[in-house]
Design a protein around this ligand. Sequence first.
Ligand code: COA
Length: 322
Amino acid sequence: MRARIIGTGSCLPATVVTNDDLSKIMDTSDEWISSRTGIKERHLVKEETTASMSAEAAKRAMDNAGVAAEEIDLIIVGTLSADYVTPSCACEVQAKIGAKNAVAFDINAACAGFMFALNIANVYLQMGTYKTALILGAETLSKIMDWNDRSTCVLFGDGAGAAVVRAEEGTAGLLAFDQGSDGVRGSVLACRGRSNNNPLVETSKDLTYVHMDGQEVYKFAVTAVPCSLQKTIQKAGLTVEEIDYFALHQANIRILQSVAKRLKTAEDKFPISLDHCGNISAASVPILLDEMNRKGMLLPRMKIALSGFGGGLTWASAVMEW
Ligand code: COA
């Protein structure tokens, strides 16, 4: 029995903001952003919410899989920017799509959130607890950006991606997984939540935003990701050469190029969505996977390596046969 992705979907907000648009409201330029990151534009929410984009991505994934809402047993959303503290985004999605038989909850593993959710589903499916899961990565990062911090806010975007995962007999599906966390280095990419406001303390009205030490995060990514991918490929009984595509978290083109170099493999095996999406944290991997799926790039028996990495610090990789 294997956990197999049988459908994908995604949803981006309607509003596109180019690097040139940003240069009109802050001291930046298309040249600075695209040469350092590969990002050309991103989608930012106006009316959309984390849950509304999630529900749309979910419907598209269910459509693609040919699965009805009643068949979904489990919904997990990887997110750090849900609309509410409670109910969870997953419970909101359950209500919006009418998946009345599902168990629903969110997990926060930042940019590795979709991958962590995928492995949780994988374990449930392997155990036989559930048969059909809906796994999402969804973010409205624009609401937790400091729009006066040009070194961070230009990198991120909003959106949601989804995958329907089903326990099936056969060779296709998830072959191997690797996950890791390093809380000691957590402060290099952080966003503090609400501070204590009980009657015993003086309350602070400070709003807090994402803070990132870009160079430290870069160093983390280019060491942890190739190592995790290598471990996962080995666990799957494969070699780097046998992997058809590396669908990685879309943080920065230079990180992807460095991972390709360290794995001694071709850059054209690393599809890109960051040019038109920016970094959408947990949503990056499922949106990229959906774009690849809809372009017809994913063929039966292909071997695909996935990896998500970021805040926490957290990272997770998987190898699957499509
Ligand atoms: N536009 C123009 N100039 C900018 C700018 C912007 N948006 N942001 C920063 N700068 C300036 C800085 O002020 C600095 O100017 P100074 O030299 O006069 O002080 C200069 O550009 C260089 O800044 P620095 O932060 O050293 O740039 P960098 O080469 O390290 O690139 C990142 C910054 C963020 C692109 C790079 O560190 C990176 O990609 N890190 C990984 C981040 C990431 O992927 N995070 C998510 C992981 S999940």
